[in-house]
Write a protein that binds this ligand. Sequence first.
Ligand SMILES: *Cc1c(COP(=O)(O)O)cnc(C)c1O
Length: 366
Amino acid sequence: MKQTVHRAYNFNAGPAALPLAVLEKAQQELLDFRGSGMSVMELSHRSATYEDVHNQAIALLRELLSIPDDYDVLLLQGGASLQFTMVPMNFLRPGKKAAYLLTGAWSEKAFQEAKLFGEPYQAVSSKESNYRYIPKLEDVKWAPTDAYVHLTSNNTIYGTQWKEFPHTGQVPLIADMSSDILSRRIDVSQFALIYAGAQKNLGPSGVTVVILRKDLLEQANPNIPTMLQYATHAKNNSLYNTPPTFAIYLLGEVLGWVKDQGGIDEIARRNEEKAKLIYDVIDGSGGFYYGHAEPASRSLMNITFRLQDEALEKEFLAEAKKEGFVGLNGHRSVGGCRASTYNAVPYEACEALSQFMKHFQAKHAN
Ligand SMILES: *Cc1c(COP(=O)(O)O)cnc(C)c1O
């Protein structure tokens, strides 16, 4: 451990904290990657050295998430936002319906985009409460003729998270898991397609993971631009064109780090512990702090909370900043504060924040 490196308490919502061990390794390997005499960034994406990096990242994702063999794992560009487009472009047709479960700003964006391609409809929504809760499973409705059902597993801005997912049978279930992929165990086989921008829980921005059941490709529209067809990337192991090689290298290193920590179950256990530190302060504050999300819908990744008035919130954020906490400002649509406690955010940072919150309250409560 290098004691001299200054590392902030980073609670950014995304791009977000990366494991220190991964950054140190990347630093060490930067100039001469595995004896090549060059950095990963300078390797040909057709070289055996790079292919190893690429395939290792995919293999680790398969292993950590127990992805069944009848699924492809793709490494794409364009962020989760391009997936809002690619999903309906590939799987929705004019006159066809798709069910969108609206639980926040990102699911709204996905829904809007789908309108360009077919007839998405709002199957359920918690918007009337400013997205404070995740709808009950029994309130989620879809039709057997729908092209798919789309949901957002974790609502980064509002701080809510689906705890269990609808079983949609023959209708493909598609999930945006950008902000909680790899934070807990999920049953991949319940989903037809999962997508996630890497910059919250998986690595740096620039690479987007897509996990899709192979049979879905048969239903995809072939008359769309080559680069926007999932089939193009599936057929070419995500090497149809130049992939974001450095981002994929870091993705692989982050996945290796997750494995070293004990895998997904250990990471999930720590995430629960970390979130509890902060939720306990909120719940024990007698109303000094209050959460945006309803307790049953609380996210373990993004903890959204407010103080009694905006002046106090401003003071809280200013003092937190002075103490070395970064990224605690809430999104403008919720206001207040948000602490993002992704996989790579250390327990110590959450502990420090919970202490800071208690001290701040002790100083300002009357
Ligand atoms: C951050 C985020 C996005 C947007 O990701 P980009 O990679 O910036 O396009 C979409 N969905 C969710 C749930 C997110 O958290």
